[in-house]
Structure formats: C-alpha cells, structure tokens
Design a protein around this ligand. Structure first.
Ligand code: 3HC
Length: 286
C-alpha cells in the first residue's frame, strides 16, 4: 500500500492550523473535506483558507488559475459522515482531550475501515486519543507547524499501537505535500515542543526577573543564533494561551519544574493578552 490509497483527506477543525493543513493538502492535489462545529466557525475557517490563498497570489506564489483549482478541491461540511470516503482524516480542533476523544470515537464509526486517523495535537498523548477508537493501529500524530504553508517540518508521532504500515503511508503522504518528515516519540511535546517550551519559558523567566529586556532577549536569539524570530515574539506568534496550555500539560505529565508556566505567562493569559491574535502579548500589535 502507498499514499496513493489516500486521495481524499478529511480535516476536522478549520482554525489556524486546520486551515493551513487544508490549504497545503488541496494545493498538493488532494480532494479535501473540511468539518467544523457550526456554520459561523465553518465560514470563518473558509475565510482563513481563502485569505491565505489571496496572500499567496499577492506574494506572486500562486496564479489565479491555480487558486481556483485549489479552491475547487475543497468541500466544507458540518456533517462528520462526509468523511466516509476519506483515506486519511486529520483532526486539528482545540487542545482538549475529552473533545478529541469524542471526535475520534465519531470518526471511528463513520470512516472507512482502512482509513488512517491522525491528530495534530501539539502535546497531548496520542495513544490516549487513539484509545477512543477500535483501530489504534491506524491512529497516529501528524504534527504541523505554524504557518503551515511556510514551515517544512511534519512530526510523525507513532504510538506503541500504531502499525508500521500506517506510519509508512503517513510518511508518503507527508512527502507528497512537500513536508520533511521526522519520527517523534509519543511523549509530551514530541521533539519540537519538548525543546521549544523550556526555551520559551526560560526567556519569559529571564524577562520577568528584570535582568534582560524583551527586545534584547529577542535580538540576542535572532542575531546570536540566527533564528527568524526571538522567543518572546515567537511565543506571541504561537499564542500565549497555546504556549501556557502546552506548558501546563507537559508539567502535569512530567512533574518537571522546567515545564511549569511562569507567573507572568499565566497573568498574560488571564488578561487575554494572547499575542498576535488578540493584538497584545509581549508586544503590542494594535
Ligand atoms: N503563509 C504562507 N507562507 C508564509 C506565511 C504564511 N502565513 N508567512 C510567511 N510565509 C512565507 C513567505 O511566502 C516567504 O516565502 P519565501 O521565502 O519562499 O519567499 C517566507 O515565508 C518568509 O516570509 P516573509 O519574508 O514575508 O516573512 P518573514 O521572513 O518574517 O517570515 C515567518 C515569516 C515564516 C513566520 C518567519 O518569521 C518564521 O519562520 N518564524 C518562525 C515560525 C516558527 O518557528 N513556527 C513554529 C512555531 S511552533 C509550532 O507551530 C508548534 C505548535 O505546536 C506550537
């Protein structure tokens, strides 16, 4: 079997990550069905996909003809049953274990017996999510990075129950959409967030201690390590609510103080200073 068995993709959840996944899979010639919980959120997701395609045209990366072809491959729905002919479904909903388990239990019922079910979770246990299904061998993590069209990496998270065939088909799928694939363990944060979170949290603690300014921390990392963004700007970009959630989830799993959210981060989240998405985080975007 190879990824050619997967011609139709389902994407559950069309927020920041889901919409990016929809765009890259449709651009790679897959037929994509997108599921959202209600008409308003579905419309918002559609606008995100269309907005990103419009930006690609403005940047000279996409022709109007290709935009139309890509858009024509995407079908929006409120019915999970519309995933019944998909070979792969990627879930990209809010980071909530109960919600993800509910969705996976539903997918298990409506999807083809041979369909692969993937989660884009950034930190939750993939085997826990898989346990809601009767096909744990066909469940794995496919962790994308933001902005999905620009970031080349795809982490494949194999649980103790995922079959080698599922991994190989997913690897072929990842390569077919132009991503570089790495195998990541089913541990909190996988590879990237396992390394990124202590980096974010230490930058926040350094700023919180008053020993270095946010601008100097970011400039030091950009110029000293050649990163495209410093850690505080990147935390704003990822979303401080998301960063705080990942930090809490990792701390809960590992009881390791390195992953505990700093007080400043918790206060920023309480004040809804989530970063770019709310116009204010460590920096002001309004
Ligand atoms: N959609 C598509 N492409 C985009 C894009 C978007 N939203 N934003 C930027 N790009 C592309 C541009 O088209 C351009 O492509 P080119 O080099 O082929 O011409 C390239 O990215 C650079 O874009 P710009 O010159 O406009 O802007 P920058 O140089 O400032 O780059 C950036 C923007 C790509 C966001 C860059 O700052 C960057 O890489 N930042 C770090 C992003 C990062 O680390 N993401 C991972 C976060 S962690 C995560 O997602 C995991 C989760 O679980 C928390």
């Amino acid at each position: 079997m190879d990824s050619l068995n997967i011609r139709k993709i389902g994407v559950a959840g069309c927020g920041l990550m889901g919409s990016g996944i929809v765009e890259v899979t449709a651009a790679a010639s897959y037929e994509v069905t997108v599921l959202e919980a209600n008409p308003e959120i579905l419309e918002k997701g559609k606008k995100m996909v269309e907005g990103s395609l419009a930006m690609a045209i403005r940047r000279g990366k996409l022709s109007e003809e290709d935009r139309q072809t890509i858009t024509g491959r995407i079908k929006y729905t409120l019915q999970m049953e519309d995933f019944s002919d998909c070979g792969l479904v990627i879930e990209a909903v809010t980071e909530n274990m109960e919600l993800k388990k509910q969705i996976f239990a539903g997918l298990d019922k409506v999807c083809r017996e041979d369909a692969i079910l993937a989660t884009n979770t950034s930190c939750l246990s993939v085997i826990d999510i898989a346990s809601a299904t009767g096909r744990m061998d066909k469940v794995l993590g496919l962790h994308f990075f933001n902005p999905v069209p620009a970031m080349k990496l795809l982490e494949i998270v194999k649980t103790i129950a995922t079959s080698d065939e599922t991994v190989e088909m997913s690897r072929a799928f990842g390569q077919s959409i132009g991503k570089s694939v790495v195998m990541a363990p089913d541990i909190p944060g996988f590879i990237v967030n396992r390394l990124l979170m202590p980096f974010f949290l230490e930058a926040i603690r350094l700023m919180e201690s008053g020993q270095a300014s946010r601008e100097d921390i970011d400039r030091a990392v950009m110029l000293g390590l050649n990163h495209p963004m410093g850690p505080l700007k990147l935390a704003d970009f990822v979303g401080l609510d998301t960063a705080c959630f990942i930090s809490e989830a990792m701390y809960k799993e590992m009881s390791d103080a390195r992953f505990a959210p700093p007080i400043l981060l918790k206060k920023m989240v309480t004040a809804r200073r989530y970063g770019r998405k709310t116009g204010r985080g460590f920096y002001n975007y309004s």
